[in-house]
Design a protein around this ligand. Structure first.
Ligand code: 5GP
Length: 310
């Protein structure tokens, strides 16, 4: 019944290029889309190919997209093929299954990047196919939304967040997180964090924003800003909060790379290694969490980023 109304919207969590898809019945009839695109499904009658339009697309004709079940099967099939290829490569070496498991774990560990040390991977076992969404139509009496900021290496989102709030404290509010890490000299208790101790642990610090503190800001009719490690998106992306997720990504210009070694880039204190780490961190973030992002803010400098964020 729902489908007859044709009010089914899906957010694509993977990229689809009909021209690369050998399974498509007709490449011209396929609808190419990117991760994060919103698709309006017109028909789900066929179990393998659904008909859909891309929201915001000027082309009004529906085209074919793989059904969720079909895409899931394709992903599974690719995994099985990959396993067979791996097994064929490992058997001649007579590796035990334990070392095979270790090889996979090692592969995962290698994805960790400098600066992302404490950011775990996105859940690798999830099938990222489609997510059903509804259109967000703000009513005049609607409470302001939660804004979740995530950033890659060098984005300095905490600073941005503080500035937005300082410029307009009537409109924006802060959900002050708790942390077990030591207070830095310029930080104040209750402003950047509530600094708490963690008994019994030694090195690793914990961070956490209570949902209650987010509720409090929203109840005061303010836009609530939080900056968190991206794995927190799993908790914050709820129907209740309907957060708007902004990924702040430092912009790296080709000219910056060329300038490396010249006095101007050295003056900024940025080395070629720093640029590479920033680039890798941004790509990693995009790969693991890009599908949850509503807006990418390419940060050139603090001033323009602040204006854009506001
Ligand atoms: P810093 O120690 O430099 O202030 O922050 C380190 C990281 O912790 C930042 O990337 C920040 O986004 C993240 N962070 C701060 N508060 C929270 C929180 O409440 N939850 C999560 N998941 N991450 C947080």
């Amino acid at each position: 019944d729902r489908l007859r109304e044709s009010r089914v919207y899906l957010r694509a969590l993977f990229e689809y290029t009909p021209y690369d898809d050998k399974a498509t019945p007709c490449q011209e009839a396929g609808l190419p889309f990117k991760r994060g695109d919103i698709l309006q499904v017109v028909s789900q009658e066929d179990a393998t190919w659904w008909q859909a339009k891309k929201v915001g697309d000027s082309n009004l004709r529906a085209a074919l997209i793989p059904s969720a079940q079909f895409q899931e099967r394709s992903v599974l099939l690719s995994l099985i093929i990959l396993c067979i290829v791996c097994l064929q490569a490992f058997f001649p070496l007579s590796l035990s299954t334990a070392s095979l498991r270790r090889s996979f774990r090692l592969k995962k560990d290698r994805q960790a990047l400098p600066g992302d040390g404490h950011a775990p991977e996105a859940d690798q076992t999830d099938f990222l196919i489609y997510e059903e969404v509804t259109q967000y139509l703000p009513r005049p009496d609607e409470k302001p939304r939660l804004i979740v900021l995530i950033g890659s290496l060098g984005a300095r989102i905490s600073e941005l967040k503080q500035k937005v709030i300082a410029e307009n404290p009537r409109r924006y509010g802060l959900a002050v997180p708790h942390t077990t890490r030591a207070r830095r000299s310029q930080e104040r208790e209750g402003v950047e964090y509530h600094f708490i101790s963690k008994n019994g642990e030694y090195k690793d610090n914990l961070y956490g924003t209570s949902l209650e503190s987010i509720h409090r800001v929203l109840a005061h009719n303010k836009v609530c800003l939080v900056d968190v490690q991206p794995e927190a998106l799993k908790t914050l992306r709820t129907a209740e909060f309907q957060p708007y997720v902004i990924f702040v990504r430092p912009r790296i210009f080709d000219s910056q790379r060329k300038l490396f070694g010249s006095s101007s880039s050295l003056a900024a204190g940025i080395t070629e290694d720093d640029l590479m780490d920033m680039q890798q961190s941004a790509e990693h973030m995009d790969e693991c969490y890009g599908h949850w992002v509503d807006y990418v803010l390419l940060k050139e400098d603090s001033v323009s980023a602040l204006i854009e964020l506001q």
